[in-house]
Design a protein around this ligand. Structure first.
Ligand code: ADP
Ligand code: ZN
Length: 548
């Protein structure tokens, strides 16, 4: 390790100004750059747009040798390289065909390398033997300055964007141990668990973490109950407020992107669908039309967005439930890059999480049980975010990434979340009260019911049944269950929310059952935790539930 002296500090600022054209470092950039120049491994966790690239590009220019940057997509790489070339920085993209051979020959032969930054995809790293031997030769000649891994969260199986080629990067890095080449991991989306996982996977458990705040003050977070009319109503409101502005609408399936795009067009928006069913040419045409503002809205699956840097996106709509908070935060993060107020709204239906789970669980995608559990946990965190009625949305999102956030900041921000905006009324409307006793009786009681649905149990709990369920309950003698009618003071929505809360908190398990028409539904049963809780006589495990 070397420690920077005052003249290097001056050089840093000179490069910042003369090469990159910026006057000041942003928060944490300088600290990260100094640590990287001093030779430390680093983990750069900053939201999109914060300026992660500078953290490794500036050190790359000031260090002898070459910095290798592993980045997920060729299109992202080309954008970066074009930008760097316009700043007169010697950066190259290594891709098959083109000047692949010329670049590698240059790196293998000369004693000094002129190229400062070399961008490669993880596929190239894992497939090209020639690339590996070239890197080894640079390393032997002490010309490999450092290895940067962009979008490093893709390494972790716990993340929402796991990629097998990323997981193999540890094998690549193993080659550069003696002397050790510093490793820089960058990402805009990682929970503390994922940070730990990525660090240990790459063998850089002590890498220095540089984190800037995830708070996006100009984004308004809202959740709207999905119903037959909610989409039309939302589109009308967007039309009124944002007219021709740019927006993204995330949908769960290809088919949804088409039908939702139709709905937007019907209301007079210029709108196109974007999904994996289009070929490359069609996809980039749609993307360009949108980037240039010829089309105002894109209805897309989550395949859309990585590396998209459009400053004036005024709204991001989620037409169905995202499957993790990390994913949701990254997708909404594409709104309002220019700092102007922008709107992030999620159309929520509890049923959507069943769609997610049935898609994932049906095709047995998980190679081990822990991953399946993690996936389920991520979905329920998202459900919890939507079911929540009194907690600041910004707080939930930001704290998911390990930051501490005081909701009073949201209340006084330019765009408070939909909860903080109405906090006075909400606090009046919802009161916390203890349902420990009821929960116990419900958990014990539902064991007598065969494959109960939440809606059915909620009806029994309130003692108010639809005609069809009344017949069923009479016949099966469910009207004599101890919890029948216990919740008669609650309205239907609250009774349902209470049962969902028991699922979210793990007292009840919900399993996915296939219906006869290709549909899926969830049936509940007491979990291990629920049974333990239900059989306790004391008050341990006491929980509070919100209700009105
Ligand atoms: P990230 O990779 O974190 O998403 P980028 O590195 O692409 O973000 O940077 C986002 C934008 O911020 C770029 O346009 C970049 O030029 C600009 N930027 C980065 N650092 C600074 C700085 N210190 N001063 C001004 N602009 C900066
Ligand atoms: Zn808030």
């Amino acid at each position: 390790l070397k420690i920077l002296g005052p003249h290097q500090n001056a050089e840093m600022y000179r490069t910042l100004k003369n090469v990159f054209g910026h006057n000041e470092f942003r928060l944490r950039q300088k600290a990260a750059i100094v640590a990287i120049l001093e030779g430390f491994d680093a983990f750069i966790l900053m939201p999109t747009g914060a300026g992660k690239s500078l953290c490794y590009q500036l050190p790359a220019i000031l260090s002898p040798g070459i910095t290798v940057v592993i980045s997920p997509l060729i299109s992202l790489i080309m954008d970066q390289v074009t930008k760097l070339e316009s700043l007169k920085i010697n950066a190259r993209a290594l891709k098959s065909g083109g000047d692949y051979n010329a670049i590698l020959t240059e790196l293998e032969s000369s004693n000094e390398v002129e190229i400062k930054l070399l961008y490669v995809t993880p596929e190239m790293v894992s497939k090209s033997g020639r690339f590996l031997s070239c890197m080894k030769s640079l390393h032997e000649r002490d010309l490999l300055a450092r290895i940067v891994i962009d979008e490093a969260h893709c390494i972790s199986q716990w993340g929402h964007d796991f990629r097998p080629d990323y997981a193999r990067l540890n094998v690549f890095i193993e080659n550069f141990k003696n002397p050790k080449v510093p490793v820089i991991a960058c990402t805009a989306t990682a929970t503390p668990t994922i940070v730990t996982d990525v660090r240990s996977h790459l063998g850089v458990t002590n890498s220095k973490l540089f984190m800037s705040s995830f708070v996006r003050d100009n984004l308004k977070y809202d959740v709207v109950q999905k119903s037959a009319y909610s989409l039309t109503r939302l589109i009308k409101a967007l039309k009124e407020k944002y007219n021709e502005s740019s927006g993204i609408v995330y949908c769960l399936s290809q088919k949804d992107t088409e039908t939702v795009a139709d709905s937007f067009r019907k209301e007079g928006f210029s709108c196109k669908a974007y999904h994996a069913g289009l070929n490359d040419k069609e996809r980039s045409a749609v993307q360009n039309d949108w980037m240039e503002g010829n089309v105002s809205i894109i209805c897309a699956t989550i395949a859309f967005g990585m590396g998209i840097d459009k400053p004036d996106v005024r709204f991001v709509v989620h037409h169905s439930l995202p499957n993790s908070i990390e994913g949701y935060y990254q997708e909404t993060g594409r709104a309002g890059r220019d700092g102007r107020p922008s709107y992030c709204v999620l159309l929520y239906s509890y049923q959507d999480h069943i769609r997610h789970r049935s898609l994932k669980e049906a095709n047995g995608k998980f190679c081990h049980a822990e991953l399946g559990k993690q996936h389920k946990k991520s979905i329920y965190e998202m459900v919890e975010y939507c079911e929540n009625v009194t907690k600041c949305r910004r707080k939930i999102l930001v704290e998911h990434f390990g930051e501490i956030y005081d909701a009073s900041a949201c209340q006084s921000s330019i765009t408070p979340c939909s909860i903080c905006e109405n906090i006075v009324e909400l606090k009046k409307k919802y009161q916390l009260y203890d349902i420990t006793a009821d929960a116990r009786i419900i958990i014990n009681g539902i064991r007598a019911i065969n494959n109960p649905l939440i809606s059915y149990v909620a009806e029994l709990y309130r003692g108010v049944l639809t005609k069809k369920n009344q017949e069923k309950a009479n016949k099966a003698n469910h009207i004599n269950l101890p919890f029948f009618g216990l919740g008669n003071s609650l309205n239907e929505a609250d009774a349902v929310r209470l049962l969902r809360k028991l699922v979210i908190d793990g007292y009840l398990d919900e399993s996915i059952v296939a219906g006869s028409h290709g549909n899926h539904y969830g049936v509940i049963s007491p979990s291990q935790k629920g049974i333990l809780f239900a059989n306790q006589d004391d008050t341990a495990g006491k929980a509070l539930f919100g209700s009105n």
